[in-house]
Design a protein around this ligand. Structure first.
Ligand code: CA
Ligand code: CA
Ligand code: CA
Length: 394
C-alpha cells in the first residue's frame, strides 16, 4: 500500500511538473517507480500501467495462479525471449512473445496470459530450436555425411543463439555446443581431416580470420579444436570442405579469394593441417553464392562440387577429375535456386546409396535425390524448416 501511495504521489508530481526528488521529499519515488522496481534478470508485469502490485519471474511458469489472465504491461528484463501463452502448460495455438529489453516495457490490451516460457530463439515458443530432420538409412556404412556411423545422413545446425545441434536423421536433435558458435562466419564439414576415419567440422573465426578444426568424435559430437589456419582466412569468401580432390586419400578444403574470385584448393596433410594451396579456378568464383561439397554425385569415385550461380539461380556440378582439378561443369538445376536456403549436401538421405541434396524453401526441407549421372530429382519432404532464418545448417 505504501508503495502504491508513493507512486500516486510521484504521478501527481509529474503532472504538476514537480519532477525532482527534492520536491517530493526524502524517500519518495520518482514517477513510474514501479517500473524501476523490476530487477534486472526478471520479467515483470502489471495488471494496469505500472499501477498496483507487480508480478515478477525469472523462470518459466506452467500456470500463473492469481495472475492468470492479468498480465497487461510486460517488462522483460531477462536475456531471453518470453513466450506468453493463452493456455496453461505452454500449449499452442494462441501465444505471443516479448523480446528482452532492459529499458522499455510492452503494453498489451486484452491478452490473457496463462503460462510463460523463456526461450533463446523464437521458434522455441512452439517447437524445438532445431528443425525436424529424417533420413532413410543408407546401404553404405560410414558414408559421406554420416557423423555417427548409423548409416543415416546427419545435419548440424547452429541456431540464432549460437548453440550447436546434432541431428542424427531420426527426427531428434542433440545439443553438442552450448554457445559461442556465433563467433564463426563459416561452418563447414565433410571429410576426415584428423585422419581417424570420422567426419570433422571446420570453422572460420570472424574476429581473427583463424581456421579451426573440430574433430568428429564418431558419435555426433565434436572434440577439442585444433588451429589449422593462423589467420588471414577473412580474405576468403566462401569455403567448402569437400572430400578428397587431390587424390592422396586425405580431405581437402576449397576457398574463394574475395579480391580475385579465384578458387583455391588447400590439401589436407598427414598431421591434420592444410598444405600449400593450389589454384583450381582462375576466376569468376565470386559469382557463386553457394559452394557445396556434395560428395561423389556422378558415381565416378571422386568428390564433386556443387555451386549456385548468383546471377541466374542455376545449380552447377563441378566434377572432380583424375587430374586433381575440377572438370567441365554440368547444369543440374535450371533456375530458382536463389530462393532456397540452405542448400545442404549431407550424403545419402534417400537410402539408395547415392548422395542427395536438401534445400529449404523457408518452410520445409525438400529432398533432391541424387541420380547416378550427377543430376537431381525433387523427391521428398524431409522436415519442417520454418523460423530458422537466423540459423546456419551444414
Ligand atoms: Ca548418422
Ligand atoms: Ca564424382
Ligand atoms: Ca540417395
Amino acid at each position: 500500500m505504501r508503495n502504491t501511495l508513493l507512486r500516486r504521489a510521484a504521478a501527481l508530481a509529474t503532472t504538476l511538473g514537480l519532477t525532482t526528488l527534492g520536491l517530493l521529499g526524502a524517500g519518495a519515488a520518482p514517477a513510474q517507480a514501479a517500473r524501476s522496481d523490476c530487477p534486472s534478470g526478471y520479467l515483470c508485469a502489471w495488471q494496469n500501467d505500472y499501477d498496483g502490485p507487480m508480478f515478477k519471474t525469472n523462470t518459466s511458469m506452467a500456470t500463473l495462479g492469481t495472475w492468470d489472465g492479468k498480465l497487461q504491461t510486460i517488462f522483460n528484463r531477462t536475456s531471453m525471449i518470453a513466450c506468453l501463452y493463452e493456455q496453461p502448460n505452454h500449449e499452442t495455438p494462441g501465444y505471443t512473445w516479448v523480446e528482452p529489453d532492459p529499458d522499455y516495457a510492452t503494453h498489451y490490451g486484452d491478452l490473457s496470459t496463462s503460462s510463460i516460457k523463456f526461450v533463446r530463439t523464437l521458434r522455441e515458443c512452439e517447437a524445438e530450436a532445431y528443425p525436424g530432420w529424417s533420413a532413410t538409412p543408407s546401404p553404405k556404412v560410414n558414408g559421406f555425411g554420416d557423423m555417427n556411423a548409423d548409416r543415416r545422413a546427419d545435419i548440424v545446425v547452429r541456431d540464432e543463439a549460437g548453440r550447436l545441434w546434432f541431428l542424427p536423421g531420426d527426427g531428434t536433435g542433440r545439443l553438442i555446443g552450448s554457445g559461442g558458435w556465433n563467433a564463426f562466419d563459416a561452418l563447414v564439414r565433410h571429410g576426415d581431416f584428423s585422419r581417424d576415419g570420422r567426419e570433422d567440422v571446420i570453422t572460420r573465426e570472424k574476429a581473427t580470420g583463424k581456421l579451426w578444426l573440430y574433430p568428429g568424435t564418431g558419435s555426433g559430437g565434436l572434440g577439442a579444436r585444433k588451429l589449422i589456419g593462423t589467420g588471414g582466412w577473412n580474405s576468403m569468401g566462401r569455403i567448402a570442405a569437400f572430400g578428397d580432390l587431390s587424390g592422396d586419400g586425405r580431405s581437402d578444403l576449397l576457398a574463394v579469394e574475395k579480391s580475385t574470385g579465384k578458387l583455391w584448393l588447400y590439401p589436407g596433410t598427414t598431421s591434420g593441417g592444410l598444405g600449400a594451396r593450389k589454384l583450381i579456378g582462375t576466376g569468376g568464383w565470386n559469382g557463386m553464392n553457394a559452394l557445396i561439397g556434395a560428395g561423389d554425385m556422378n558415381s565416378d569415385g571422386r568428390a564433386d562440387l556443387v555451386a549456385r550461380e548468383r546471377a541466374t539461380g542455376k545449380l552447377w556440378l563441378y566434377p572432380g577429375t583424375t587430374t586433381r582439378t575440377l572438370g567441365a561443369r554440368k547444369l543440374i538445376g535450371t533456375g530458382g535456386w536463389n530462393s532456397m536456403q540452405p542448400i545442404l549436401a549431407v550424403g545419402d538421405s534417400s537410402g539408395d546409396g547415392l548422395p542427395d541434396l536438401e534445400a529449404s524453401d523457408g518452410m520445409v526441407l525438400w529432398q533432391y535425390q541424387g541420380l547416378a549421372t550427377g543430376g537431381l530429382r525433387k523427391a521428398d519432404y524431409n522436415g519442417g524448416w520454418w523460423g530458422l532464418e537466423g540459423a546456419t545448417a551444414f
